[in-house]
Design a protein around this ligand. Structure first.
Ligand SMILES: NC(=O)c1ccc[n+]([C@@H]2O[C@H](COP(=O)([O-])OP(=O)(O)OC[C@H]3O[C@@H](n4cnc5c(N)ncnc54)[C@H](O)[C@@H]3O)[C@@H](O)[C@H]2O)c1
Length: 333
């Protein structure tokens, strides 16, 4: 039985607490939030669970083995560090930290203390992303050309981070999981319209061998769009996360170059074959993920979404932020 404490019971914390509480092999021991109304909600949803406004109380508790840090990014470093120093395993929200240095320090601290850090890159545990990874690994798409994603809607405006730090961690972590090679450079542009924080941004990530990824993240869109295109040599894929059925459609479409004798004689033929939609597992991603966290603790294994993965995403976020502030200057990773 792994005994768990949750810090942060705002919007996302209740989902994490509910999922941990639903498992037979965990016991939700305590919930901490500095806000009394959040604690009142926790009390009604988890009667019998210890409540506290002090993270120090929870972190020092001897009856807790692992801590979930579900607070805004500004507090992830300090809370994760204190949890590791108190000998706890940590499940921490995305983005892992505010900068690469903090993330690397936590990774090293976890290694020294033989504890596990898991960063909540929830999308890696969705049926859709698992299916896409399988298609790539099986070679169904062929060599990748590009990854192009749009994650836009109206709001929710954040007060502490811009749209890149809020929305792009999802897409960057999916890309990091799907594309095995390491990116070389990032370019980003964006603009601020309302509260001094960028509310829309366009990020490009360059990989070796002409593979390119692009992300459109926007809090100012009239419609909600969650669509990703992945182009491969053999097949192309559209993932529309808002579709109830047929979230992923695979198109047997492409271009074949017939003749490379000279650039002016280049002959191409277009292939336009069938479309099919694979079956996708429907289990709640967070439930799969928290189970995996417990597996990793029990087997003493590094998760795929460990602190090092968290640092890779923060490195790209930091580079995108830096590029954006210089109106799209190329930033090497
Ligand atoms: N994985 C996902 O899909 C997903 C979805 C939403 C949010 N998130 C992430 O979850 C984190 C929290 O987001 P949210 O939307 O729930 O924020 P929120 O502001 O709604 O909730 C945060 C809560 O933490 C509490 N808190 C803050 N600092 C604290 C501290 N030091 N000690 C105790 N309590 C503290 C606040 O009082 C608040 O109730 C962010 O990092 C966000 O990026 C992830």
């Amino acid at each position: 039985m792994i005994r768990l404490g949750v810090i942060g019971y705002g919007y996302w914390g209740p989902n994490v607490a509910r999922n941990f509480n639903s498992l037979d092999r965990t016991q939700l021991v305590a919930i901490c939030d500095g806000n009394p109304s959040a604690l009142a909600r926790a009390k009604s949803q988890h009667p019998g669970v210890r409540l506290t406004a002090s993270s120090n109380d929870l972190l020092a508790s001897e009856d807790i083995d692992a801590v979930a840090v579900i607070t805004p990014v500004g507090s992830h470093y300090a809370l994760t560090k204190a949890a590791l120093q108190n000998g706890k395993h940590v499940f921490v929200e995305k983005p892992f930290t505010c900068n690469v240095e903090q993330g690397e320090e936590l990774v090293e601290l976890a290694r020294q203390n033989d504890r596990i850090i898991m960063v909540d890159h929830t999308f890696l545990f969705t049926g859709a992303v698992k299916k896409i990874r399988q298609l790539i690994d099986d070679g169904a798409l062929g060599g990748l050309y590009y990854y192009d994603s749009t994650r836009v809607n109206l709001g929710l405006f954040q007060h502490d981070v811009n749209v890149i730090w809020d929305l792009a961690p999802h897409d960057l972590s999916i890309m990091d999981y799907l594309i095995s090679s390491r990116p070389e450079a990032v370019v980003a542009t964006g603009e601020t319209h309302l509260n001094g924080l960028e509310d829309l941004a366009f990020i490009t990530v360059y990989f070796p061998h002409n593979v390119i990824a692009h992300f459109n993240v926007n809090w100012l869109s009239p419609v909600k769009v969650r669509t990703t295109l992945i182009g491969g040599e053999k097949k192309m894929l559209v993932w529309n996360d808002l579709e109830a059925d047929e979230k992923i459609r695979i198109y047997d479409k492409g271009v074949q170059v017939k003749n490379r004798e000279g650039v002016y004689e280049l002959l191409v033929s277009y292939r336009s074959g069938d479309m099919w939609a694979p079956r996708i597992e429907q289990t709640e991603a967070l439930k799969v993920e928290v189970n995996y966290f417990l597996d990793c603790i029990e087997k003493n294994e590094q998760p795929m979404n460990d602190g090092a993965a968290g640092v890779r995403i923060v490195r790209m976020l930091q580079a995108a932020h830096q590029s954006l502030k210089q109106k799209g200057k190329d930033v090497e990773l």
